[in-house]
Design a protein around this ligand. Structure first.
Ligand code: ADP
Length: 681
C-alpha cells in the first residue's frame, strides 16, 4: 500500500516531534494538534486509564474545532466500541448510527470516529479518539498512518516512562541517602520521627505526620506540614497485626507506615490524602525510609534511655547527698517527699512510719494546695493502698514499701507514696522512686544510728569526765598528804639516831614513791585527755638539758654532758620536755651505777639528745614493750627495781606530739642508749 508523499511527510514530521518532545504532556499536546490537523478532524483527544479500579479514563490532552459537544473527564470506559479498542484494535466508525452502542458518540454530535489504542507493557494504558462531526470513510492508508502514529507514541511513552522511573529512582536514592545521613546524626527520637515524616511528605507530595503510641493511642508528634497534625489514632482502631507484616496499611484516607523499634510497634507515619494505591517502587521507598527510621529510632531510644539513666543517677547522687545528711527523722521525711516530687513531677508525696497496728504520716509534701493529708493508714499494705486510692481520687500512685536495712522486714520500715492527678507514671519513674526509697531507708537507718551513737557518746563523755575527776583527785589530792608525810619523815630522820631510823627511812622512801606514782598518774591523765596540746617556744636545747641534768645530779658526779658551745634552737614545750628528760635521765640513774653520758648534737634536720648508760640494759625482744603503758622489762622486775612502767609511755607520747621520736638501743647487762630526736626550728 502506498502512502502519498504529502501524508508521508506529515507522518515523518509528527514522528520527529513525538521523538523530540521533552516530556509526556508536551508530547501528547503536540500529537493531538498534529493528528487533528493531519486528518482534518473536529476533535482529537488522548485518554489514560485511571490507575484505580474504577474503569474510568481521564483526558490527558485534546485539540478541537468547537464543532462537537464538550466532553466530561473522567469518562466511563463503557460500550462496545470502547471495549473493542481496549482489546487492542483500531476501531473505525464511519457513520455513527442510532444504535445503543453509538449513544455516547451521538450525544457528543459525532458523525465519524477513529479510536486508537496505545499499548504499554502489553496492556492498553491509553488511547486516542479522533472525532469528526460529519460521517466519513477512512482509507486503509489513513488507518496505517494512524497505527504508525500510535506506535511512535507508544515508543515515546515507554521511553519517557523509563526516563521518569530512572529519574525517580535517582531522586529517591539521593533523598534516601540524605535522610539516612540525617537519621544517623539524630539523637532524639523526636528528630528521627520528624526527619522521616519530612522525607515521606516531600517524596509523595502528601502531608505526612509521625505518631507515637502513648496511653492507648498513637499521638502526633511531628509532621511534614502543620496541617497534617490530626487527632490521635486509637491503638485498637489500627490493624497492628497487618502493620507488622505489611509495612503500609490503609486507615481512612491515610496510609499508615509501621515503624517498629525493638520488635514493638510504638511509632508510625501517616501519609494523608490517600488516593491511588501505592506502586511497587513507592512501597520499596517507603520500606527503605521506614526501616532506616526504625533503626535510628531504636538507637535514639536507647540513647535517650542511657541519658535518662545518667540523669537519674545524677539526681539520685544529689538526693543521696541531701538526705544522708539529716540527723532527725521528720525533716528527713519532708526533704525526701520534696525530692520525690521533683524527680517524677508528682503532685503529693507522703512518707509513713510503722506503728504496732497502723502506719502514721511522718512527712509529706504537696505541689497543690488542698491535697488530702492521710494521717494514718491500715498496716496491711493492700488495705493501705486501697485507702490511699480512695483518698487520692483514684489518681495514679506509686506505692513503695520502705525496708530498713538490717531490720529485715517491714516491722521497722514504712510506706512511701507519690501521686499525680494527671498522666500515669512510667516504669522509669517508679524505678527512680524505688531507688530514692532505698536511699531513704539508709538515711533513716543513719538517723537511728546517729541517735544511738549520740546517746552512747553522752554516756561515754560522762564516764570519761568521771574518770578524769577520779584521776585528778587521785593525783592531786593524794599528793598533799603525801608531801606532809614525807616532810615529817625527813624531819624525824634528821634528829633520829635510834633503832627506829630504818623504819622511818622506809616510810620516807615509800612516801616518795607514792608521790612519784601520783605524778605519773597526773601526767598520764593529761596525755589521755582530748585537749592534750603543747605550749611551744623556740629555745636553746643545750641550756635546757644542762639545767635539767643539774637538778637531777646536783654534784655532777654521775652525769657528763657532752654538748656544743653554740645553742641548738628548737620549738618545744618546756614543762613537757622537762618531764621527758627527767624520765629518761632518771631511768639511766636508776638502772645503772656508772657514769652516764648525756649528749646534745645537731643531726640531719633534727636536734638529738642521747642518754647512754652502762647499766642493766634491756633484754632483746623487749625494746618495744618498755614504751607501752605499764610496760616494764623482765630484768627490772626481777631485780625488784621499783617503777610503774608509765614514764616512757608518757615521754614517747610527748615527743611524738612535738613531731619527734624517742628510740632505744640496748644490750642486756651492757647498757642502754635512749635517743630523743626533735625537728629543728
Ligand atoms: P619505770 O621506770 O617507772 O618502770 P618507765 O616507763 O620509765 O617506767 O620505763 C619502762 C621500763 O623500761 C622500765 O621498767 C625498765 O624495765 C626499762 N628501762 C627504762 N630505762 C632503762 C634503762 N636506762 N636501762 C634499763 N632499762 C630501762
Amino acid at each position: 500500500m502506498q502512502v502519498e508523499p504529502e501524508r508521508s511527510a506529515t507522518l515523518g514530521r509528527i514522528g520527529a516531534r513525538i521523538r523530540e518532545a521533552p516530556d509526556r504532556a508536551t508530547m501528547l499536546a503536540q500529537v493531538v494538534v498534529d493528528v487533528r490537523m493531519a486528518f482534518a478532524a473536529d476533535r482529537c483527544a488522548v485518554y489514560a486509564r485511571l490507575p484505580d479500579e474504577s474503569n474510568q479514563a481521564e483526558v490527558l490532552a485534546r485539540a478541537e474545532s468547537g464543532a462537537l459537544e464538550p466532553i466530561a473527564s473522567p469518562i466511563a470506559l463503557r460500550g462496545r466500541r470502547l471495549e473493542q479498542c481496549l482489546e487492542g484494535e483500531v476501531v473505525r466508525i464511519e457513520r455513527v448510527g442510532d444504535t445503543l452502542q453509538d449513544e455516547t458518540l451521538r450525544q457528543l454530535g459525532v458523525g465519524a470516529a477513529l479510536l486508537v489504542p496505545f499499548f504499554a507493557e502489553g496492556r492498553v494504558e491509553a488511547g486516542m479518539s479522533v472525532l469528526f462531526a460529519a460521517p466519513r470513510a477512512f482509507s486503509e492508508v489513513e488507518l496505517v498512518m494512524m497505527r504508525g502514529i500510535a506506535m511512535q507514541v507508544e515508543f515515546a511513552l515507554a521511553k519517557i516512562r523509563l526516563l521518569e522511573s530512572e529519574a525517580l529512582r535517582r531522586r529517591r536514592s539521593e533523598l534516601l541517602e540524605r535522610t539516612m545521613l540525617a537519621l544517623r546524626d539524630a539523637r532524639e527520637p523526636h528528630d528521627v520521627l520528624a526527619l522521616g515524616a519530612r522525607a515521606l511528605g516531600l517524596e509523595f507530595r502528601r502531608p505526612c505526620a509521625a505518631y507515637e503510641l502513648r496511653d492507648g493511642a498513637f499521638r502526633p508528634v511531628a509532621a511534614s506540614e502543620v496541617t497534617s497534625i490530626r487527632e490521635p489514632i486509637p491503638e485498637r482502631s489500627v490493624d497492628t497485626a497487618a502493620l507488622r507484616v505489611q509495612i503500609v496499611v490503609r486507615y481512612g484516607d491515610r496510609d499508615l507506615v509501621a515503624l517498629p523499634s525493638d520488635g514493638q510497634l510504638r511509632s508510625l507515619f501517616a501519609l494523608e490524602s490517600a488516593g491511588t494505591s501505592l506502586g511497587d517502587d513507592d512501597l520499596k521507598f517507603l520500606r527503605a525510609i521506614a526501616t532506616h527510621a526504625a533503626l535510628a529510632l531504636t538507637s535514639a531510644l536507647a540513647f535517650e534511655q542511657l541519658r535518662r539513666y545518667a540523669a537519674e543517677g545524677a539526681a539520685l547522687t544529689e538526693a543521696a547527698r541531701t538526705i544522708l545528711g539529716f540527723s532527725e527523722l521528720e525533716p528527713l521525711a519532708e526533704a525526701l517527699c520534696k525530692l520525690a516530687l521533683r524527680l517524677v513531677r508528682g503532685d503529693s508525696a507522703c512518707a509513713y512510719g510503722r506503728n504496732p497496728d497502723h502506719l502514721s504520716l511522718v512527712g509529706c509534701a504537696h505541689r497543690r494546695a488542698g491535697a488530702p493529708n492521710v494521717e494514718t493508714l491500715p498496716s496491711d499494705p493492700r488495705d493501705a493502698e486501697a485507702a490511699l486510692r480512695t483518698a487520692f481520687g483514684f489518681a495514679p500512685l506509686i506505692v513503695v514499701p520502705m525496708l530498713l536495712p538490717g531490720a529485715g522486714d517491714l516491722e521497722h520500715g514504712g510506706l512511701f507514696v507519690v501521686t499525680r492527678r494527671r498522666g500515669a507514671f512510667e516504669r522509669a519513674e517508679t524505678r527512680v522512686i524505688e531507688a530514692l526509697v532505698t536511699l531513704a531507708a539508709l538515711a533513716i537507718r543513719n538517723v537511728e544510728l546517729y541517735a544511738q551513737s549520740t546517746r552512747a557518746n553522752r554516756a561515754l563523755a560522762e564516764s570519761n569526765a568521771f574518770k578524769d575527776d577520779l584521776m585528778a583527785m587521785f593525783a592531786h589530792d593524794f599528793k598533799g598528804p603525801l608531801t606532809v608525810i614525807s616532810g615529817f619523815a625527813e624531819l624525824l630522820l634528821e634528829n633520829e639516831n635510834s633503832d627506829s631510823r630504818s623504819s622511818i627511812e622506809a616510810i620516807a622512801g615509800q612516801a616518795r614513791r607514792l608521790a612519784k606514782l601520783s605524778d605519773d598518774a597526773l601526767a598520764l591523765a593529761a596525755t589521755q585527755s582530748a585537749g592534750f596540746s603543747l605550749r611551744r617556744n623556740h629555745e636553746d636545747l643545750v641550756g635546757f638539758v644542762r639545767d635539767a641534768v643539774r637538778a637531777l645530779d646536783p654534784g655532777g658526779s654521775r652525769i657528763r654532758v657532752d654538748a656544743p658551745d653554740e645553742p641548738v634552737v628548737v620549738p618545744f614545750d618546756r614543762a613537757r620536755l622537762r618531764h621527758v628528760i627527767e624520765n629518761v635521765v632518771g631511768n639511766a640513774l636508776k638502772y645503772s651505777q656508772d657514769e652516764i653520758v648525756v649528749c646534745v648534737r645537731r643531726a640531719a634536720g633534727e636536734a638529738v639528745v642521747e642518754v647512754s648508760d652502762r647499766g642493766i640494759g634491756i633484754p632483746a625482744g623487749e625494746l618495744e614493750r618498755i614504751f607501752t603503758r605499764f610496760g616494764r622489762a623482765s630484768n627490772a622486775r626481777r631485780q625488784a627495781i621499783s617503777g610503774s612502767g608509765v614514764g616512757l609511755y608518757i615521754a614517747k607520747k610527748i615527743v611524738e606530739v612535738h613531731g619527734g621520736r624517742l628510740e632505744v638501743t640496748s644490750q642486756e647487762s651492757v647498757g642502754s642508749t635512749f635517743m630523743l630526736g626533735l625537728p629543728l626550728a
